[in-house]
Design a protein around this ligand. Structure first.
Ligand SMILES: [Fe+2]
Length: 423
């Protein structure tokens, strides 16, 4: 199913996710084995033991101040050495069955276009997109994203020979195989267009979402469990995607800057909503960068949104130490040790687990021709399985932390929609 993609594949193959980073430390494999999970219910004196930092716990028994281990923890070199495992190339039969599923939807009158919007039957489910061989690959990829390294790539969608409607219907069907699609903005887009639509690249208007500009995207997570980015067109220059394991960066920071790492878990991280404010909510919300809930670590970071939230008088001012903590975390994310760079090509679909991966993209310059402008299609999905999240995630997750029904921006007065072109 997977083919070699580059000379990187000539390196020794890693049969499982590399743990070289933690190989010298004790790794506890499960809640049952992990003594720290027992300590959670015991005395604060025991919980305060500094020896915690000499251990690393897997998801299910993570604790504040304790390194995390597991497949989500990787360095750039680990990721590049196992490219064969995370970059999947579609086979011709898989493409054909996807095309057949799309054709069936279109011929059945279950998808149509009117006024720049694709209208799809609201009752469609995974069963309406039968994918006998692609389906298992989609399941495998979702598993890699949710329980493995937290990212994957599927290459080879024939986006240049499909119509936009075919692409959107195919993408929607793939999304249904992964979970419930979530709204990505105040307009309730279920499939979003990442494209420069001519907005001021300096985005001086605080409500500007950067994905609609040609500016660099600061390091961030999207407000959903899983984000998919399907590339339709590349830029004339720039627009490189990068991502890193936020778990590995957190581990590093625990070692290099323990006093600052501790601040990441404090309830002091206020983010701006950029004007996308649900009824009854403040124009800002608070989610710590490091969240450990019932033994599960989740890292939520949106560089730029913290600074923007400072415009609100009722948001506590960021302290110098807090700014330093954010700066150090971003510096580590963007360092050669942790950051994976990738030039998405037309037909590539990147999938990320926002809880353990943080991503970014560089600024870009488009071609003049309207049909050649950089263009990605974005999808936010809530899979049926996932990690437990603390209540504060309900703020950016559409009011819910229920697994399978969380994520996205829920603004009253709008209905789900899928624009055919960016708006
Ligand atoms: Fe993003």
């Amino acid at each position: 199913m997977s083919r070699k993609l580059s000379s990187e594949c000539g390196k020794p193959e890693l049969k499982s996710v590399a743990f070289s980073y933690l190989s010298s430390r004790k790794v506890w494999r499960s809640t049952e084995e992990c003594p720290l999970s027992v300590l959670k219910g015991t005395s604060s004196i025991m919980r305060a033991r500094k020896s915690f930092t000499s251990h690393a716990c897997t998801q299910g028994c993570a604790m504040n101040g304790c390194e995390v281990a597991g497949p989500q923890v990787w360095l750039k070199d680990d990721a590049m050495n196992m490219q064969e495992e995370w970059a999947h190339v579609l086979t011709e039969p898989q493409i054909q069955e996807l095309e057949s599923a799309v054709l069936s939807i279109l011929e059945g009158g279950r998808a149509s276009v009117a006024d720049n919007y694709v209208h799809l039957s609201r009752d469609m489910s995974k069963a309406d997109f039968p994918l006998p061989t692609l389906g298992p690959l989609l399941d495998q990829v979702l598993n890699e994203v949710l329980e493995g390294r937290g990212f994957a790539l599927i290459k080879g969608f024939p986006v240049e020979r499909w119509t936009r409607l075919q692409i959107v219907v195919a993408y929607y069907g793939i999304g249904l195989h992964w979970g419930k699609l979530r709204r990505q903005n105040k307009k309730a887009h279920l499939i979003g267009h990442v494209k420069d639509i001519g907005i001021d690249p300096d985005y001086k208007d605080p409500s500007t979402r950067v994905y609609l500009t040609r500016a660099a995207q600061p390091y961030h997570v999207d407000s959903s469990d899983v984000v998919g980015l399907m590339c339709l067109k590349t830029a004339k220059e720039g627009g490189m995607s990068s991502w890193a394991s936020s778990f590995a960066v957190y581990n590093e920071m625990l070692h290099t800057h323990p006093h600052l790492a501790k601040m990441l878990a404090e309830p002091i991280w206020y983010l701006d909503r950029k004007g996308e404010v649900p009824v009854g909510k403040q124009p800002h919300f608070m989610v710590p960068i490091v969240n450990i809930h019932q033994g599960y670590l989740s890292i939520y970071l949106n560089d730029g949104y913290y600074q923007l939230a400072q415009r609100h008088a009722d948001v506590p001012r960021m302290s110098q130490d807090q700014e330093e903590a954010l700066k150090v975390f971003i510096q580590l994310l963007s360092s050669e040790k942790f950051r994976v760079d990738y030039w998405l090509q037309p037909g590539d679909l990147q999938i990320l687990n926002n809880h353990c991966c943080i991503h970014t993209r560089t600024a870009f310059i488009d071609f003049e021709e309207p049909g050649l402008k950089r263009h990605l299609l974005r999808l936010w999905a809530a899979p049926k399985k996932g990690w437990l999240l603390p209540d504060c995630f309900a703020e950016p997750y559409g009011g819910s932390t229920v697994i399978g029904d969380r994520g996205g921006i829920q603004i009253q007065g709008f209905t789900d929609c899928i624009p055919l072109e960016a708006e």
